[in-house]
Design a protein around this ligand. Structure first.
Ligand SMILES: Nc1ncnc2c1ncn2[C@@H]1O[C@H](COP(=O)(O)OP(=O)(O)O)[C@@H](O)[C@H]1O
Ligand SMILES: Cc1ncc(COP(=O)(O)OP(=O)(O)O)c(N)n1
Length: 490
């Protein structure tokens, strides 16, 4: 289940803090983000220039628009601007209380600019009564504790215990503002026997800490839904945030305290390329061998087949090579069946292996009777060596990509030549075999198996699959060229 997480917060047009940071954090930690704007803030990485608070009725309309339609799994509340805004949010929470409510009691930005009227603190205290978790930084903790900012970690934890006791709420005290040493945060629950769970991490030397509080609280809200408990949610959110802070400088955004790179980990692990759909990948591969296909169709052997004036001896030489080829092709198909993990694919490749052997015996009997098998021509040997070597390497996906051209090119060529030929065509039986509906269905299935495996594979594997497919197409071209190019005289 994907948590549906609503951020109720102010804006940051430079995208590092506020609702913009919340949406990125929610997405980065596995949730679906929604946003109700409390205040429009003209700010950048250097500071706040102005705040515009839309009419309270419109805030209520935004909240109702979301909750009337969407089941909300978690709420993160950030900048509230003034007492009226805090009151509207309290009223809404009284009516519609999502299962997880995280309140970041935003009062002052790191730049020193106020983001909450001093006279709104009473309304904020009321709002805390609706929250499961609050996430104050050192100055905010001090305001809630009615004390001066703690100068060390022990003092911060003591204040967090007092706040937790007073408001009967779980507190995540954040130590980012304390100078030096590791950064420490603590989950403090005065109700649970004064439980304190401490989290420590390396303090990163960086100016990219704008919006860290916003980002952490929305990540915790999302991960609390996903992981089912607060301590694992905070631990996972901190790991993600540390990775994002560390990559913040790469963004080159702003001349003040820059933003964190919310998606750094995802981009580096998942890449930025969209995974193609199987049908799109089939189109692309087919297109990428268009020139080779044109070369094959221009070969004298194929033109002779099309026109029906191909020299009989050349055709029989070709069929004898086909018989040699099919014997080993069948072995490679059987290897694909052995390597397949899915039963229907295993059966498909086994059926094809058996079909290739039956065809090989039919050709052999029809052409050669009891005479000894002709030696394989170099073009035949090279093609089967490629298939058998690919099979020996044991990667199912690469092997089936190598096997595909023998379905796809033949079915395409055979069906088009069969459609053009009449009943008197001398090679009609051969054309019918490759142009029939059963072979067309086999070809479709083979394309589907290969392209589905390719889109599910990682990029290097997909690339190896493509190269194996392309190599087999080249072998097909050489195979079709051989009867008239390299056939021994007589
Ligand atoms: N330099 C830093 N290196 C690593 N983590 C940091 C750093 N600065 C802040 N954090 C982490 O970012 C989160 C927000 O911290 P803090 O700065 O205390 O709050 P706020 O952004 O609300 O002022 C906390 O988890 C804190 O530990
Ligand atoms: C609209 C808005 N909300 C909150 C903040 C404060 O963000 P925070 O995560 O505490 O980080 P700093 O901006 O203080 O570094 C904000 N600036 N704007």
């Amino acid at each position: 289940m994907i948590p549906r997480v609503l951020s109720i917060a102010g804006t940051d047009p430079t995208g590092g803090a506020g609702i913009q940071a919340d949406l990125k954090s929610i997405a980065a930690t596995g949730g679906y983000g929604m946003a109700v704007v409390t205040a429009l803030v003209a700010q950048n990485t250097r500071g706040v220039r102005g705040v515009h608070v839309p009419p309270a009725g419109f805030l209520a309309d935004q909240l109702a628009a979301v909750s009337d339609d969407v089941e909300i799994d978690a709420v993160k509340i950030g900048m509230l601007a003034d007492a009226t805004v805090a009151g509207v949010v309290s009223d809404w929470l009284r009516r519609c209380r999502p299962p997880v409510v995280v309140l970041d009691p935003v009062m002052v930005a790191t730049s020193g600019d106020r983001l909450l009227d001093p006279d709104a603190e009473r309304a904020l205290r009321e709002l805390i009564g609706h929250a499961d978790l609050i996430t104050p930084n050192i100055p905010e903790l001090a305001v809630l504790a009615g004390a001066s900012p703690a100068s060390d970690w022990a003092g911060a934890v003591a204040q967090a215990l007092a706040v937790s006791r007073r408001y009967r709420v779980l507190v995540l005290a954040k130590g980012g503002h304390l100078a030096g040493g590791p950064v420490r945060d603590a989950l403090v629950d005065a109700a649970g026997g004064q439980a304190v769970v401490e989290f420590r991490g390396e303090r990163l030397e960086t100016h990219n800490t704008h919006g860290t509080g916003c980002s952490l609280s929305s990540a915790v809200a999302t991960l609390r839904v996903r992981l089912g408990d607060w301590a694992p949610a905070v631990a996972a959110a901190r790991d993600w945030l540390a990775e994002s802070i560390a990559a913040g400088a790469e963004l080159g955004v702003g001349g003040g305290n820059g933003p964190v790179h919310h998606l750094a980990g995802l981009w580096s692990r998942g890449g930025l390329r969209t995974r193609p759909r199987p049908a799109r990948l089939a189109e692309r591969w087919w297109q990428q061998v268009a020139e080779l296909r044109r070369d094959i169709e221009a070969l004298p052997f194929v033109r002779g087949l099309a026109e029906g004036d191909l020299d009989r001896a050349a055709f029989e030489w070709y069929l004898a090579q086909d018989s040699c080829y099919l014997r080993d092709y069948s072995r490679a198909l059987a290897a694909a069946s052995t390597l397949a993990t899915e039963p229907s694919a295993q059966r498909f490749w086994a059926d094809c292996a058996q079909g290739a052997l039956v065809e090989e015996q039919r050709l052999h009997r029809a052409l050669l009777g009891d005479r000894p098998r002709p030696p394989a021509a170099p073009s035949t040997t090279r093609y089967v060596d490629h298939l058998l070597a690919t099979a020996a390497r044991g990667d199912y996906r690469v092997l089936i990509a190598a096997l595909l051209p023998c379905f796809w090119l033949y079915q395409n060529l055979g069906s088009r030549l069969a459609a053009r030929s009449d009943a008197a065509h001398p090679y009609r039986a051969w054309l019918d075999a490759y142009g029939d509906a059963e072979f067309a269905a086999q070809n479709e299935r083979a394309i589907d198996l290969v392209t589905t495996a390719a889109v599910e594979a990682d990029e290097p594997t997909r690339d190896r699959m493509w190269r194996a497919f392309r190599a087999s197409c080249e072998h097909e071209a050489a195979f079709f060229a051989a009867p008239l190019a390299a056939r021994p005289a007589g």
